[in-house]
Design a protein around this ligand. Structure first.
Ligand SMILES: NC(=O)c1ccc[n+]([C@@H]2O[C@H](COP(=O)([O-])OP(=O)(O)OC[C@H]3O[C@@H](n4cnc5c(N)ncnc54)[C@H](OP(=O)(O)O)[C@@H]3O)[C@@H](O)[C@H]2O)c1
Length: 250
């Protein structure tokens, strides 16, 4: 697929990995909706950088804890600015440590709401709004793509990030289920990153992983995830897959 001229929504697109995905898409000629929650300044800078380079982008604020309402808000802004949306990149997430012994209702619900339910509401809106199987002006069926950003550690037991990993592993299951449900008009794939950007204040354990558990002895970069997104978007015969980008750590 030639992705130039398409329209993408990237959730959590203002900073870190999301920002790299937005900038990579824009550099390929994709119009980008930079969704953000609290990072208004960073979202504005990301949009300005893309527009200054000759691309197209807007920023849209929505709290993913608002469920379907936030999906409505993001999609309304996207279609007002750019028309039908072709790609949905579910990147936004929270990442907090807990174990069964200290599990509490609020933390579990928040992880499920942001890391699991929000991508589902966004996907539901994407599927219902953008894809009626009508031919586009090149006489080809309009094929959309949902990409879900997981975490390879959510694909194996991770007792010290219980709420996070349960929500992400449910999302891994959703990747395969939605791929079957939404074919042939929408492809659904996931990327499971390894150590890419350390959480603030946790740089030492990131370095320890590089030394001790990553065979390639290096950190990934946000650009590695953005490259994986571009690869999947351009690969017409891939759906229902989870691509691990972890330097072999898994
Ligand atoms: N960093 C890594 O090394 C790594 C490793 C494995 C997997 N991943 C996955 O890769 C993705 C990106 O990682 P990251 O480290 O770049 O992410 P991040 O900075 O932790 O979070 C991405 C964005 O999610 C948004 N978000 C969180 N709660 C929200 C809410 N209630 N409403 C709206 N937006 C909300 C935040 O937007 P605002 O800042 O605008 O509030 C934040 O910028 C995530 O899915 C993560 O699980 C990352």
């Amino acid at each position: 697929m030639d992705i130039s001229g398409k329209v993408a929504i990237v959730t959590g697109g203002a900073i870190r990995i999301g920002r790299a995905i937005c900038e990579s898409l824009a550099s390929e000629g994709v119009a980008v909706v930079v969704h953000y929650g609290t990072s208004a300044d960073s979202a504005a800078k990301t949009v300005a950088k893309i527009n200054d380079a000759g691309g197209q982008a807007i920023a849209v604020k929505a709290d993913l804890l608002d469920g379907k309402t936030s999906a409505d808000k993001v999609f309304s802004a996207a279609s007002n600015a750019f028309g039908a949306v072709d790609f949905l990149i579910n990147n936004a997430s929270i990442f907090e440590s807990d174990r069964l012994a200290d599990l509490d209702e609020e933390t579990l619900e928040r992880h499920l709401a942001i890391n699991f339910k929000a991508p589902l509401w966004m996907s539901q809106r994407f599927a219902s709004e953008s894809f009626a199987a009508e031919p586009d002006d090149t006489n080809q069926t309009h094929v959309g793509h949902i990409i879900i950003i997981l975490d390879w550690r959510a694909l194996r037991p991770e007792p010290s990030f219980l709420s996070y990993s349960l929500a992400k592993s449910a999302l891994a299951s959703a990747t395969e289920t939605l791929a079957v449900d939404l074919a042939p008009n929408i492809r659904v794939n996931a990327i499971a990153p390894g150590a890419i950007v350390a959480p603030a204040g946790d740089e030492e354990s990131h370095k320890q992983r590089i030394r001790e558990t990553i065979p390639l002895k290096m950190s990934g970069t946000p650009g590695d995830i953005a490259n994986a997104v571009l690869f999947l978007l351009k690969s017409d015969f891939i759906t229902g897959e989870i691509l691990r980008v972890s330097g072999g750590e898994r």
